[in-house]
Design a protein around this ligand. Structure first.
Ligand SMILES: C=CC1=C(C)c2cc3[nH]c(cc4nc(cc5[nH]c(cc1n2)c(C)c5CCC(=O)O)C(CCC(=O)O)=C4C)c(C)c3C=C
Ligand SMILES: [Fe+2]
Ligand SMILES: [Fe+2]
Length: 336
């Protein structure tokens, strides 16, 4: 049996131009897992308002992070794509000692490389067992759920159905939480600890959680484990949700409102971390490290510091390797 691990993340435009952003948003926002509004209502909004207008507004933001990443970090192309590719290469190296039998590849939910194409290519090479590893520590139907749909689609269309497992979540894996804690402590060693630590997770509509999406509970548990590991008391940290999209209520408290309130109250310093993002991307570099800094500082807040995503940290790659090793038993010598 030949096994491959396929790391997955959301995807990102192929280039920082309005047409490429439009193509990406069309595919992403057409997915009924992402936007649950009835198609008859949603598709006219998507095609009549969002796709004509949003790409022109968002493409310059992508241009800002292209080839540069956080604080001018050298990345190639889109940060999300670069980090996911490098994570797969580093995970392959990390597994070399204990699991040299495993091949590591990567795919994107929207755009390329597509999961179905990667699986087909590897099947042609003789792989018959796959572990799809969404780099979403907290499960949500809007993210991980779409990946399950793609796996189901592979089952539906394949005659020689391969053995595929999916990592459902890793929101309280001790090595993931420890890597987050290490990154905060290293940040504190360099800059000193701020008055408050804001744990900002990507939001989803509140209605999704009311209907049973476990994302909120998993975010809260990650946050509580991290705060405990750091020895913080309740006054020192806050869970909140970013990237609200559209008019409906999303999970609260909102990151931008919280920072504005803290600025008005005159909070002297804040550290911000985004534990739901395995890689820095538009949502962290532009929205958190830039836009929300302005929300806080312009409202009267003091120092604002963003703690980078786990990206290529060795303790992050070690955590991913451990999750793979725990979920994929070593094949016995007898079985062919
Ligand atoms: C419209 C609804 C959206 C939901 C629900 C949503 C959930 C969600 N997203 C991530 C992680 C990422 N989101 C990214 C970009 C992005 N997200 C939305 C909308 C929703 N996300 C949009 C419209 C965009 C595109 C950018 C924009 O137009 O604002 C990205 C990629 C960023 C990049 O660098 O390209 C990530 C990663 C999570 C974890 C999540 C729910 C848990
Ligand atoms: Fe998103
Ligand atoms: Fe955003």
């Amino acid at each position: 049996m030949s096994t491959a691990v396929i790391l997955m993340n959301l995807g990102t435009p192929a280039e920082p131009s309005a047409p490429a952003v439009r193509q990406f948003l069309r595919e992403f926002l057409s997915d009924p897992r992402v936007v649950e509004i009835p198609r008859l209502v949603w598709l006219p909004i998507l095609h009549g308002i969002i796709l004509p207008l949003r790409p022109g507004r968002i493409a310059p933001a992508y241009a800002e992070i292209w080839d540069t990443g956080l604080d001018g970090a050298p990345v190639e192309g889109a940060p999300l794509f670069y980090y996911t590719r490098r994570q797969s290469e580093l995970l392959q190296e990390q597994l070399r000692e204990n699991r040299p039998d495993i091949r590591v590849e990567f795919a994107m939910t929207y755009g390329e490389p597509r999961l179905a194409d990667v699986v087909e290519r590897l099947q042609r090479e003789g792989f018959d067992s796959f572990m799809v590893f969404p780099l979403y520590p907290q499960y949500s139907a809007t993210t991980t759920g779409s990946i399950y749909d793609q796996v189901a689609q592979i089952y539906r269309t394949n005659r020689n159905i391969p053995n595929i497992s999916v990592v459902h979540n890793y929101y309280r894996h001790p090595m993931y939480v420890r890597a987050l804690a290490n990154s905060v402590r290293e940040h504190w060693d360099k800059h000193g600890a701020a008055e408050k630590l804001l744990l900002s997770f990507h939001g989803i509509p509140k209605a999704n959680v009311d209907k049973g999406d476990p994302y909120y509970l998993q975010c809260r548990e990650t946050a509580e484990h991290l705060a405990a590991e750091l020895g913080l008391d309740e006054q020192q940290w806050q869970l909140c949700f970013q990237s609200r999209f559209g008019k409906a209520e999303w999970l609260q408290p909102y990151t931008d409102k919280t920072l504005e309130e803290w600025g008005i109250k005159g909070v002297g310093s804040v550290d911000v971390i985004c534990p739901a993002f395995a890689a820095d991307c538009l949502e962290t570099i532009e929205e958190i490290a830039e836009e929300n800094r302005a929300n806080f500082v312009e409202a009267g807040g003091g120092e604002y510091r963003y703690i980078p995503a786990l990206n290529l940290r060795p303790d992050h790659i070690e955590a991913l390797a451990r999750i793979v090793e725990e979920k994929l038993p070593v094949p016995s010598k007898q079985s062919g």
